[in-house]
Design a protein around this ligand. Structure first.
Ligand code: FES
Length: 822
């Protein structure tokens, strides 16, 4: 028994003294604000205070906290006026929110030690508190703001809710208080979709966002994403797909409310109007709140014809709007998948074969079964599951398993061999997917030929919340609680594994601690379902960080051979791009520049490493190759890279405009400090156009420092400019992690990296200043979650060339290739 004082309350904790404090707080005391992520003290998601000092709960044994004052985010957030909470809201810091309790606890310790911290103080305190969503510059601003304690509103209370609510359609429910509940049928993983979708409904419904609450929708046919044909969140489609349906739903509900009021008053509906959650009859001065009308209005049929507002009438859409879910995320109250608690639930950790495609040939479970808390060892399709009372016991049990593995058919997978094989496959022509003009003749007549190879590695998603799922399979149905990008896919997976009908399968979505495409997969759902069936109880499967990095569905490695035919002045006549990799490698290989003869080829090459969608999919690779080689063409022509692009994009006005805006705001052409260089890149993806200008310097030891990135985006009408800016900032951080650090390597069929120490992501002290400029537009919305990623690597690589004269053609950018000092 260990005695602690937690958030001012004396607690007696019955647990192994070696149990990490994180798990004691979560599994013994139900305090879920501190988050598991790395398990080795490398990320800070689990930071709490011990006698006022920040500690990482995942590596602090419970015994070390005995007799001490423990403060968690729940304790800090008990004061809604706490300056850090208010500053976090004022700066709209949160994206997925998973890391934010740890960030705030680290910031609180910093301010206690340095009430007026400098940027250097902030870097020193926060550099090892990781945020995969890249909220660093907002965190910095929030810390300064909290230190200044300027006038800031407190954390808002949620709107009141009544037990009596009336359903208008699949998305809208209004209760007798007039509180509007909007069902969110897409995954909220930091992209702000919960707020964006609510804004679409509220705009036409004529309700203020302060009267809106949200709930995640279940899985069901009403919630199919019309752009994807399934209930899924991917391809930066959430707002694009909802743009018309959700505004229409809001308008239909508004008209029903107006009709209900008009009937009560015996007046023409046309003489009434709706505003701020009420129906008004201006000529008589009468007014009825939505709460008083909801029952009657919900019983009326939805009008088939409604007129949607023109953009000039928008009062919410287009306004920078703070994230509605931020109060939950910064106070530790947002429920992520790993926070789900179900009565009778057990927890499983699965030991998977370290090499892809392998299997266990013998298992000695005796030591594992002897671990206190371990209940059963169950083999499933993906490995050997240890089922226990809680995560810590299950993990201890897994470590005690003795397993002999048969490596399987992919045991020879090796990064160097894969690279060689891709290069060999790229020697012969591939299958043309675009063939304009007379490419072969142009090359035959060219005065000069330029060639290059651009290579990209496998990458992991590394969302801060490791994969997890909770399932309860019964004879008559199944409940699944899961942080998923694919509610429809989860339902299908359960149906396939259990034979249950979709109607008997309820999918409860939670917040996602990052997705980036990883949570489109169903492997973690399948494990929870298999294990719940096996033990006939609710089952939560939790992956460790090592599981997450070694059993991902990776962005594939690929190989890009590029060649250009140049005329006597060095101007490009023909462009050949041969993409070698899985078919998905072709995403983004569309070539926007006006060159007369263009051929894009694909050569299929899939070594067998599990792959999947990764934020912006192959656009990140195509943009690196295309924008890098275009920069080489500019150099060959003796032209300025920005002017060269503009000239060749004369037929592509949306490319041109973002390029011009980024260049203007970045001060393209203005002198830079010695040793600095500027580079640019432009790319269109997911219905949006993004140009970036990077400013870098390269130290003598070859390390690249990115100082500033100016990002211009044309995403059509920006529904929530706050979310657009946040997504661009986050995309820059995500893209920089990949460009500067990211590489998954394999040997003997297994991934070598296992945690944030050997698969590092960008830290606060490495985050450049990111400036986002949104082009005003009345075009329908484009995607914003992914389009900011593709230009990052080429803009930085081109800036490195400007600074050093060295071309970067292989990612990540390696210091050893740029070193000038010994
Ligand atoms: Fe930091 Fe998502 S907000 S990991």
């Amino acid at each position: 028994m260990t005695v602690l004082v937690v958030n001012g309350v004396r607690q007696m904790v019955e647990a192994d003294p070696d149990m990490p404090l994180l798990w004691a707080l979560r599994d013994r005391l139900g305090l879920m604000g501190s988050k598991p992520s790395c398990g080795i003290g490398a990320c800070g998601a689990c930071i709490v205070h011990l006698d006022g000092a920040p500690v990482r709960g995942c590596v602090t044994p419970l015994a070390a906290a005995a007799g001490k004052e423990v403060t968690t985010i729940e304790g800090l957030a008990a004061d809604p006026h706490h300056p850090l909470l208010r500053a976090w809201l004022a700066e709209d810091v949160s994206q997925c929110g998973y890391c934010q309790p740890g960030q705030i606890m680290a910031a609180a310790a910093l301010l206690a030690a340095h009430p007026q911290p400098t940027d250097l103080d902030i870097d020193a305190a926060m550099a090892h508190v990781l945020c995969r969503c890249g909220t660093y510059q907002r965190i910095r601003r929030a810390i300064h703001r909290a230190a200044g304690s300027a006038d800031m509103p407190p954390v808002p209370a949620p709107p009141p809710i009544s037990a009596t609510a009336f359903q208008f359609d699949p998305w809208i429910r209004i209760d007798e208080h007039g509180t509007v509940t909007i069902l969110i049928d897409r995954a909220e993983m930091g992209q702000g979709v919960l707020t964006g979708l609510a804004m679409l409904v509220a705009e036409e419904l004529e309700v203020d966002l302060s009267a809106v609450r949200t709930e995640f929708a279940p899985a069901g046919p009403a919630y199919i994403n019309p752009l994807l044909g399934k209930q899924s969140t991917g391809g930066s489609t959430a707002v694009r797909a909802a743009w018309e349906p959700l505004r229409r739903a809001g308008a239909q509900a508004r008209e029903r409310l107006i009709t209900a009021a008009a009937r009560i008053w015996s007046v023409e509906a046309a003489s009434c109007r709706a505003a701020h959650g009420a129906v008004l009859h201006p000529s008589s001065g009468r007014r009825l709140d939505y709460g008083a009308l909801a029952a009657r209005a919900a019983a009326l049929p939805a009008p088939t014809q409604v007129v949607l507002k023109p953009p000039t009438a928008f009062r919410l859409i287009g306004q920078p709007t703070p994230m509605l879910d931020a109060p939950l995320k910064i106070t530790g109250r947002a429920v992520f998948g790993v926070d789900v608690q179900v009565p009778g639930m057990r927890v499983a950790v699965v030991l998977r074969c370290p090499s892809f495609g392998g299997r266990a040939v013998s298992v000695d479970v005796r030591a594992a079964e002897a671990v206190p808390g371990v209940q059963r060892i169950v083999p499933i399709a993906s490995g050997i599951a240890v089922i226990a009372d809680d995560f810590w016991a299950a993990k201890q049990g897994r470590e005690a398993l003795a397993v002999q593995w048969e490596a399987g058919p992919l045991a020879a997978l090796d990064s160097a061999a894969i690279r060689t094989a891709l290069a060999a496959a790229a020697r012969d022509p591939g299958t043309p997917v675009r063939d304009d003009g007379q490419l072969d003749a142009a090359f035959a007549q060219a005065g000069r030929r330029l060639e290059a190879v651009y290579e990209t590695p496998y990458l992991a998603h590394a969302a801060m919340e490791p994969m997890n799922c909770t399932a309860h399979v019964r004879a008559d149905g199944c409940d699944v609680w899961v942080p998923t990008q694919a509610q429809g896919g989860a339902q299908e997976t359960v149906a396939e594994l259990t034979g249950l009908s979709p109607a008997a399968i309820r999918v409860h979505s939670t917040f996602l601690g990052g997705g980036f495409g990883r949570r489109l997969q169903q492997d973690f759902v399948a494990e929870a379902v298999q294990l719940s069936r096996a033990v006939d109880a609710p089952m939560q499967v939790v992956w460790t960080r090592e599981d997450d990095l070694r059993h991902d569905h990776y962005r594939p490695a690929n190989h890009n051979y590029l060649a250009a035919a140049l005329d006597a002045h060095g101007r490009p006549l023909a462009w050949l791009h041969r993409v070698t990799g899985p078919a998905a490698s072709l995403d983004g290989a569309h070539f926007p520049y006006a060159i007369p003869h263009v051929r894009v080829e694909h050569t299929e090459a899939d070594p067998g490493v599990p792959t999947g969608a990764w934020r912006s999919v192959a656009h990140s690779q195509s943009a690196f190759a295309i924008e890098g080689f275009v920069d080489e063409l500019a150099t060959a022509a003796g032209a300025d890279p920005y002017a060269f692009r503009l000239d060749l994009l004369h037929h592509a006005p949306r490319h041109q405009r973002v390029l011009e805006l980024a260049a203007e705001r970045a001060g393209w052409g203005r002198a830079l400090p010695s040793g600095h260089g500027r580079g640019t890149a432009v790319h269109q993806s997911f219905g949006s156009w993004v140009a970036q200008v990077a400013e870098v310097s390269v130290a003598g030891d070859g390390r690249v420092r990115v100082h500033r990135i100016v990002c211009a985006v044309d995403c059509g009408l920006a529904v929530n400019p706050n979310a657009v800016a946040a997504q661009m900032e986050g995309a820059v951080a995500f893209g920089l992690s990949a460009a500067l650090k990211g590489e998954i390597t394999l040997t003997h069929g297994r991934v070598l990296q296992g945690n944030f120490d050997d698969y590092p992501i960008l830290r606060m002290d490495e985050m450049p200043l990111v400036e986002v400029h949104i082009l005003p537009s009345r075009e329908p919305p484009g995607g914003v979650g992914e389009p900011g990623v593709p230009p990052v690597a080429p803009a930085v690589a081109n800036a490195v060339f400007a600074a050093t004269g060295r071309r970067i053609r292989r990612l990540p950018i390696r210091a050893e290739t740029l070193r000038t000092t010994s």
